[in-house]
Write a protein that binds this ligand. Structure first.
Ligand code: ADP
Ligand code: ADP
Length: 225
């Protein structure tokens, strides 16, 4: 069964902007998918649908076997983790460990389980040594990895990332790409970073003015790059 299934998805903003105009695709569990397209093409709008921050105006969307609608939000939130383009939007507690603990604690997990999740999530992003630091003291590469850990701590099946390498120097980007390649999660990654796409995502969706212009193997789509 696909873990994501979008059928003729349409979305219009209240001002009438038609941001998605008939988007259909399916994603199998474990796939790493790149979502590329010019600014304003509809990438963020589509990602917001995948995490239940927006609901289709028309068409059908299932994520993790659940229809994306207001009735399924709590269940959806446990299945899908979102990493925002700016880590500063995701990190607001006095220490890294507290930031990563925030989500699991909200799920009502026992303190020992929260601690185990924090440790596991920070280990996964090579950031265990940062646990006691205040987020504002971290480098941009470190902040990015910790922001990903806050999503991982919820143990989502699907990770949705918006521009995960923006603002990183080449070394930090390589470090992050290596870590992401080791993840077993289904990943949908909106990005302008062609190196990341080629390195991490076997499949690419190209979105253009709210319509999927291409969906196929990354090597075919970027054959001439
Ligand atoms: P991308 O992430 O690819 O840059 P977006 O999904 O942000 O594209 O935007 C798709 C379209 O929707 C654009 O035309 C954009 O201007 C418009 N849009 C985005 N957010 C809003 C909003 N809150 N209200 C009205 N139009 C919006
Ligand atoms: P930044 O360059 O922004 O500080 P990095 O993610 O590159 O962010 O590095 C943060 C920390 O991780 C540094 O202490 C660095 O030595 C370490 N580091 C960088 N790359 C690797 C790697 N491939 N494996 C393990 N640790 C690394």
């Amino acid at each position: 069964h696909p873990i994501i299934e979008a059928v003729d998805l349409h979305f219009s903003y209240p001002d009438g902007t038609r941001a998605l105009r008939g988007v259909s695709f399916t994603v199998q569990p474990g796939e790493a998918l790149a979502l590329v397209g010019a600014n304003g093409a509809g990438k963020s709008t589509l990602l917001q649908h995948l995490v239940g921050a927006a609901f289709p105006s028309r068409g059908a969307l299932h994520v993790g076997g659940l229809p994306v609608d207001s009735g399924h939000l709590p269940a959806l939130r446990k299945r899908v983790g979102m990493v925002f383009p700016d880590p500063d939007d995701q990190l607001f507690m006095p220490t890294v460990a507290q930031d990563v603990a925030f989500g699991p604690r909200n799920l009502g997990l026992a303190p020992g389980d929260v601690e185990a999740r924090v440790r596991a999530a920070l280990e996964t992003v090579d950031a265990l040594a940062l646990a006691g630091k205040p987020p504002y003291r971290l480098s941009s590469g470190e902040k990015r990895r910790v922001a990903i850990a806050t999503a991982l701590a919820l143990e989502p099946e699907i990770l949705v990332m918006d521009e995960p390498t923006s603002g990183l120097d080449p070394r930090s980007r390589r470090h992050l790409a290596e870590l992401l390649k080791a993840f077993g999660h289904t990943m949908v990654i909106a990005t302008h970073d062609l190196d990341l796409v080629l390195d991490l995502c076997p499949r690419t969706l190209v979105i253009h003015e709210g319509v999927l212009a291409a969906d196929g193997p990354t090597r075919d789509i970027f054959r001439n790059e």
